[in-house]
Design a binder for this molecule. Sequence first.
Ligand code: AVI
Length: 333
Amino acid sequence: MVALARSPRIQPKTDETSAFEADVLAGLHATPKRLPPKYFYDGVGSQLFERITDLPEYYPTRCEMRILRDHGRDIARLVPQGATLVEFGSGSSKKARILLRALPPLAAYVPVDICGEMIEQEALELRPDFPGLKVLPVTADITQQFTLPQEALAAPVRIGFFPGSTIGNFEPHEAAAFLRNAARILGAGATLIVGADLVKPVDVLHAAYNDAAGVTAKFNLNLLVRINRELSGTFKLDTFEHHAFYNRERHRIEMHLASLKRQKVKVAGETIDFRAGETIHTENSYKYSVDSLGALARGAGWQPAGGWTDERNYFSIQAFALAKPQTTPRAGG
Ligand code: AVI
């Protein structure tokens, strides 16, 4: 009965809602307060993110698509015929479509995403556009170990694809853990193609996360809307404000939600106190250099194998190769 006493909701919690509740309460009781960025992406949050990618100030998506279009043939040189392409956190497969058009015939394309419904739907839409390509969606958390379908494992080699600068939303130690996990999943001889946003003038970064139309502010505040809806929260949206700024020492954009006054908010039956001006840290978006991402990848067992940027050097796509295990020469041979 303890759980019921803490939460006014009567219906039993699914694993997903109880993980959300546990993470939100832990983050709001922490000092400083924080919330994991993965919870931005409910239905409304995903739509708001799609709108962000079209904003005039938000350059990363356009830059990455341009690089894929301009350098698809060069990238394709790293992909042998008959390989399997595994996309980590594929979402709408928008970028994979560009890459797939440039690649030689593949054994399969495996989009991996936590949102099973979305990738099943995308697979349905991809198949008629790429007849002859096996599309084998896998529903999984890309930060955890998961198993590829048998057909993907049977291919002579696997190519990982991690676009969107999603790597930038990981803390550096999490990014390193992701790269090590990707190496385990893809196996010997693999190549990993990663999209990463680059360090650049602060005014460009500032504008990208403080757009004039206020879509990024809505995206940030939607986290409180979600908490109100799913965890019986009492956040008053007009008492919180979107803050985004570049932290030069740590090479990252930080997003926060700042309380405009001293107040108490209820979440899942618990009371959270806010001082005036106190913030909830909701996201970091790390900006890399070609060298800093290369160093991170090397530390996780990958060797730089190629790199491409747009003409302003705003964004990069970098390829890393996993060394094949050395075969031990036979004695007396
Ligand atoms: C998904 N991710 C790479 C975006 C970024 O730029 O860090 C999320 C985002 N946050 C605010 N605007 C976009």
